[in-house]
Design a binder for this molecule. Structure first.
Ligand code: HEM
Length: 436
């Protein structure tokens, strides 16, 4: 049977003028679940009319994409090109393949061992300054991950230069999400464009040194990165990739650490198990060799990312006419998939709303039922290049935090959550720390 035309795809109109946007912004999971009632291929309007494809087969169709049906550039361009030009996530083949090959060499094992060694002292100095008592966690975690990035990405020591860089970086990220897309003062896009200019100058001023001698930081690693045939990045490419990498790493890791803290504060039994594992390791700072001993921390991280994936949906644009689920999708159609929806499908997960880290244990391995059932890091050619970096950073922070403090939330507390554009607590997550 031939596929039905695009116009036959069920259309969920939503509210006049704004369509489904308010619902999507309020709760992308509930929004996707309400679309599912109409099938696994549904048209709706959020920012513009988009076809949402639901479920693991849809995720595979869009992300695996051996046929080249979808453009990542087409999906991301609108959001990131003004402040993150040249971002790898917004490149399509053959440029994407070329850049990815070179970038990959900055994430090889030897480099990763040095990154993890370098983040330990930063975590010790920031977490070491925390005191027992009530604390609004989200801003503290954000400051911590920015300081880790200043050291591990840029090779900077903490101080005024790192502070200015961190602020510029925050302004740049906010611009990417700005509703007013023109750089008009005093709006976010204007601040972002200025902040980007500062970041570019800062990085350019350090390029010669980074090129001269290979250092352990990611900036230096990118300067010396080589593809399989010896190809390398130009100066402008290094700067563009650095600024994008900082953004790709920052909010996502901050979000993950915050959700993990929340889940562990609400589940003290799991917190005790992870503390036991952290205390069983020999050193106060996590080493690369210790990562294998963090199995239960990994389950908790996976479970937090399942319940609250920092990127709730992933955008693409159809680069060719194609078909899915019995419908035609013409070239140029904005298409979205919804990891958060797949992560809550009762057909894949036992009691999907429950916090149950053991579902990731080798015995249960619920995430292995389908290659695209679990996708907090995406999949296919654009699979997150920083997945292992994020894993190391989260485990390193958790290791030190668990060895220093117990943490709790009041009985019955539920974190009010904003899931778009990146998952974060609306109230900053009030937690009480108790020194050990
Ligand atoms: C828990 C933390 C993280 C999450 C949940 C996450 C999630 C994602 C997702 C879903 C994508 C795919 C987007 C798409 O297909 O359109 C992605 C891509 C990417 N991520 Fe991450 N990320 C995390 C941490 C990091 C870190 C730490 C870095 C860098 C050190 C990083 C660098 C990147 C880059 C460069 C891409 C684009 C890759 C490409 O286009 O080839 N991410 N990330």
């Amino acid at each position: 049977m031939s596929a039905q035309p695009y116009e036959s795809i069920p259309l969920v109109k939503g509210l006049p003028l704004v369509g489904n946007l308010p619902k999507f912004l309020r709760n992308p999971l509930a929004n996707a679940q309400s679309l599912e009632v109409h099938g696994n291929v549904v048209r709706s309007r959020t920012f513009f009319e988009t076809v949402t494809l639901l479920g693991p087969d849809a995720n595979q169709f869009v992300l695996h994409d051996r046929e080249g049906n979808f453009s990542s550039r087409g999906g991301w361009y609108y959001w990131i090109d003004a402040v993150f030009p040249g971002a790898i996530m917004a490149l399509d083949d053959p440029q994407h393949k070329h850049h990815r090959r070179i970038m990959q060499s900055a994430f090889k094992r030897a480099a990763m061992e040095r990154y993890v060694a370098d983040m330990g002292p930063v975590i010790a100095s920031v977490v070491g300054a925390w005191t027992a008592g009530p604390m609004t966690m989200f801003p503290q975690i954000k400051a911590l991950t920015l300081n880790i990035a200043a050291r591990v990405f840029m090779g900077m020591t903490l101080g005024p230069e790192a502070d200015r860089m961190n602020q510029s970086f925050i302004d740049t990220v906010q611009a990417s999400l700005a509703l007013i897309r023109k750089p008009l003062p005093p709006f976010a896009m204007w601040r972002g464009v200025r902040a980007r200019r500062f970041l570019v100058q800062l990085m350019q001023s350090k390029l010669a040194d980074k090129r001269a001698a290979e250092g352990p930081d990611l900036f230096s690693q990118l300067c010396h990165a080589r593809g399989e045939d010896g190809e390398r990045f130009s100066d402008d490419e290094v700067v563009n990739h650095m600024i994008f990498l900082m953004m790709a790493a920052h909010d996502t890791t901050t979000s993950t650490l915050t959700t993990m803290l929340y889940c562990l504060a609400r589940n003290p039994g799991w917190q005790d198990k992870l503390r036991e594992d952290a205390q069983a390791l020999p050193d106060a700072q996590l080493r690369y060799a210790d990562l294998a001993g963090c199995e239960r921390t990994e389950w908790v991280m996976k479970e937090s990312l399942r319940m609250y994936p920092p990127l709730t949906s992933i955008p693409r644009k159809a680069a060719r006419d194609c078909e899915f689920g019995g419908f035609q999708i013409p070239r140029g159609t904005p298409v979205g998939i919804s990891p958060i929806h797949t992560h809550h499908m009762p057909s894949l997960w036992t009691r999907p709303d429950d916090f149950d880290p053991e579902r990731f244990s080798p015995e249960r391995a619920e995430h292995r039922q389908h290659a695209y059932a679990y996708l907090p890091f995406g999949g296919g050619a654009h699979l997150c290049i920083g997945q292992h970096f994020a894993d190391m950073e989260v485990k390193s922070v958790m290791h030190q935090l668990l060895r220093r403090f117990k943490f709790s939330v009041p009985e019955g507390y539920r974190m009010p959550y904003q899931l778009v554009p990146i998952a974060k607590p609306r109230d900053g997550l009030p937690i009480t720390l108790q020194a050990l």
